[in-house]
Design a protein around this ligand. Structure first.
Ligand code: AQP
Length: 336
């Protein structure tokens, strides 16, 4: 039996943080053996907000190396860079022409990010979800593992595929595969260290709000020491009045590998002074092997280049076949 296909990606904007890791990449690693996987570094998405051209290429390589360092296995997964595959941009244009504008104007991420950018908001930011739909649909993905924040974009991808199939597919032969989101409960929404009601995010101006995968032990210690807590003694999960407490306990649970029940029992009588060193040690221990592996990969650029070259070759093949199917369904004249 052929394996189902998985596709997912992260933008090479700034540093990969624990939200990206626990909400996305760690889940990719855990499920990868069951699937045929395509993991891309979505650099075309990274320019939907103002970006630094000097940093983009370096950030892209860093992200690819981190995928490997986190445990992506090339036996069952391909790693590639989105902009190396021309079909992403081309399918985006084709899908733009069948996507109603008001579907995009409703997107929460657009509204939130547009608010921060005022007059300078780009057409690209509005179009971000259509590019994401193209990323997914090109690979006929069955499953898309993401964090909770991407759920609305996934629903839009499904709507676009269904609309395309209704308009241009034959009933028994849909042109585009309609994908399903894969959102794990644990870690689906890691919150900021400075505000337990906001998600941990690369674009938060405060470095103290997130733990990055490449943070050295001293930085991790400092961030946890300064993170927001509350004055209540005794720590417990799931109290809506204590978002920071729930977030920090969840981080401890996921980083230490203990069960929720074990953590609840261990921490029920603790104060923050006792808990913070535990969380610090768990975070440092969880990130140390990733950081060591990352360094070894970055020291071997030829290897990293070859991974991205092979990944692009495989991605190109699948993506071009889908693009040809879509163009044929839309009635374009074939290339002579
Ligand atoms: N806080 C989070 N908790 C759980 N999952 C998260 N993800 C992001 N933040 C959290 C998941 O990480 C994957 C890659 O995200 P992305 O790079 O495409 O950008 P994003 O979703 O916009 O995440 P960021 O890091 O917060 O960036 P900015 O600040 O630019 O918005 C996705 O699967 C996402 O769900």
């Amino acid at each position: 039996m052929t394996k189902q296909r998985v596709l997912s990606g992260v933008q090479p904007t700034g540093n990969l943080h624990l939200g990206n890791y626990l909400g996305a990449i760690r889940n990719w690693v855990e499920i990868q053996q069951e699937y045929d996987n395509f993991f891309c570094v979505v650099d075309l998405h990274a320019i939907t907000v103002p970006h630094d051209p000097k940093a983009l290429a370096d950030n892209t390589l860093t992200m690819a190396a981190l995928y490997l360092a986190c445990g992506i296995d090339l036996e069952c997964s391909n790693i590639f860079v989105q902009s190396h595959i021309k079909a992403h941009s081309e399918l985006t244009w084709l899908l733009n022409c069948i996507t109603p504008l008001n579907w995009l104007e409703r997107m929460i991420q657009f509204k939130e990010k547009a608010l921060k950018q005022g007059e300078n908001v780009s057409v690209g930011l509005l179009d971000y979800p259509v590019l994401m739909a193209a990323d997914i649909l090109l690979y006929n993905a069955d499953k898309v593992p993401v964090g909770e924040d991407q759920k609305q974009h996934l629903e839009l991808t499904r709507d676009i595929a269904i609309r395309f199939n209704d308009k241009f597919g034959k009933k028994k032969e849909p042109v585009l595969k309609v994908p399903d989101p894969l959102i794990r409960q644990q870690g689906a929404r890691v919150m900021s260290l400075t505000d337990g009601t906001k998600k941990m995010s690369k674009s938060d101006p405060s470095e103290l709000s997130r733990i990055n995968l490449l943070d050295p032990p001293d930085a991790i210690k400092k961030k946890i020491k300064k993170c927001k807590t509350d004055p209540v003694k005794g720590l417990a999960f799931d109290d809506p009045e204590r978002p920071e407490c729930n977030n920090l306990l969840t981080l401890y649970q996921l980083l230490s590998g203990k069960t929720k029940e074990e953590v609840a029992t261990e921490c029920q009588d603790m104060g923050w002074g006792q808990f913070k060193p535990l969380l610090t040690d768990a975070a440092i221990a969880a990130l140390e092997p990733i950081q060591n592996k990352y360094q070894a990969i970055m020291d071997n650029q030829d290897y990293l280049d070859s991974v991205l070259r092979d990944g692009a070759a495989k991605a190109d093949e699948v993506a071009n076949a889908t693009l040809a199917r879509v163009k044929n369904a839309l009635g374009f004249l074939p290339h002579p």
